[in-house]
Write a protein of this length. Structure first.
Length: 336
């Protein structure tokens, strides 16, 4: 007893209580944020079956793309996994076949950072696929500090995230039109808001830190998607784009030590799973609700708004015209 009173009477008591309450408050706040993020993770309950549909998914060997492929395979779709790493892609393919009992899963080589690879992939598809119902531009990458340049002399993040998909869409557009109603789904990012696209530097080699170009490339995705939707009006090929949420995936892998440590705490503690991250893509690829919707931005399976810069159609048009040159489209290639 005397010992307890002794402890109570010291100022340690006040300090300890203060410390304990602070820690409890911080833990409670973090838990509530985590809980809030979990319950607001969009879930798409669309039951649409995809039997008889062919879907191309880029970057389907990991992260959000893998979960998208698994879900659509479960709905009976024929899936073309367009991946640069055939080894991991084939392993994921086996996993999907086993889990969904759907063996209409194909793996094809596609490196979006190489125009040659994009052209080879597209030529193969045009030759072998009579019909593409959904094209999902999911693949994406980010660098940390130092930039890289593609074999075509294009800044690598922009080449992979924007110019590659831009070129691929052109090369596949005739198949898509022929398959109409068809859909194009583009995985962009809300992080576009942290950047702006510099018209004078559309091939931004030498930008430091290179991570900034991830945001720029995602902004370019949005300009591309909106201008594409305009050009495809009346074709019954729709284009919608989305933010998957902040997701614990491989996209953060290039964050260097020691920044990767706090980053890992954040991604593991607060970001959503890749399965949750796939929901809006799945929604846009399958739901009847969006069968006739085009040119819109989605988040958590609901339409979302864009900032004023993203709505600048004149800028979107200029970026398109420059992209034709940087992606080295020729007069023999399909026009959109
Ligand atoms: N994670 C997020 O919080 C978040 C937020 C907003 C938007 N996004 C977007 O979501 C999409 C999917 O990313 P994720 O989060 O699932 O990341 P991830 O796990 O890193 O998956 C990215 C996929 O893209 C593929 N890829 C990268 N470069 C490629 C290339 N040159 N050619 C072909 N495929 C390539 C990767 O293949 P490898 O396995 O060969 O590298 C991988 O399959 C990206 O467009 C990303 O920008 C993600
Ligand atoms: C979409 O448009 C077609 C006609 O082009 C119509 O038959 C269909 O009911 C529409 N779907 C929705 C969900 O509005």
């Amino acid at each position: 007893m005397g010992f307890i009173f002794g402890w109570l009477s010291t100022e340690h008591y006040v300090r300890d209580i203060f410390l304990m309450t602070s820690v409890a408050a911080i833990v409670a706040t973090l838990m509530s944020i985590r809980f809030y993020l979990r319950i607001t993770a969009g879930r798409c309950f669309t039951e649409t079956k995809m039997e008889g549909k062919t879907v191309i998914i880029t970057g389907a060997n990991s992260g959000i793309g893998k979960e998208t492929a698994k879900d659509l395979a479960g709905r009976g779709a024929r899936i073309i996994m367009a991946c640069r790493n055939l080894e991991t892609a084939n392993a994921v393919k086996d996993e999907i076949v086993k889990e969904t009992q759907n063996n209409k899963i194909l793996v094809k080589k596609l490196d979006l950072g190489s125009q040659k690879s994009v052209r080879e992939f597209a030529a193969d598809i045009v030759k072998t696929e009579p019909k593409i119902d959904v094209l999902i531009h999911n693949a994406g990458m980010a660098l940390a500090f130092r930039g890289q340049t593609s074999e075509d002399g294009v800044e690598l993040t922009m080449a992979t995230n924007h110019y590659g998909p831009f070129l691929l869409t052109h090369l596949l557009i005739d198949v898509l039109k022929k398959s109409a109603p068809a859909r194009i789904v583009i995985v962009a990012s809300e992080l576009y808001r942290l950047s702006s696209v510099n018209l004078a530097k559309l091939n931004p080699i030498g930008t430091f830190p290179a991570a900034y170009l991830y945001y720029v490339s995602k902004f370019a995705n949005i300009y591309f998607a909106r201008e594409l939707a305009k050009r495809l009006e009346g074709t019954k090929v729709t284009v919608n784009f989305l933010h998957p949420g902040m997701i614990d995936s491989g996209i953060w892998r290039n964050v260097p030590f020691p920044l990767n440590l706090p980053m890992m705490a954040i991604t593991k503690g607060f970001f959503k799973t890749t399965k949750a991250g796939a929901q809006t893509t799945i929604y846009l690829a399958t739901s009847d609700e969006v069968a006739n919707v085009s040119g819109k931005y989605y988040m958590d399976c609901k339409e979302a708004s864009l900032n004023a810069a993203a709505l600048d159609e004149e800028k979107g048009l200029k970026i398109w015209e420059e992209s034709v040159k940087i992606a080295k489209l020729t007069p023999q290639d399909p026009k959109i």
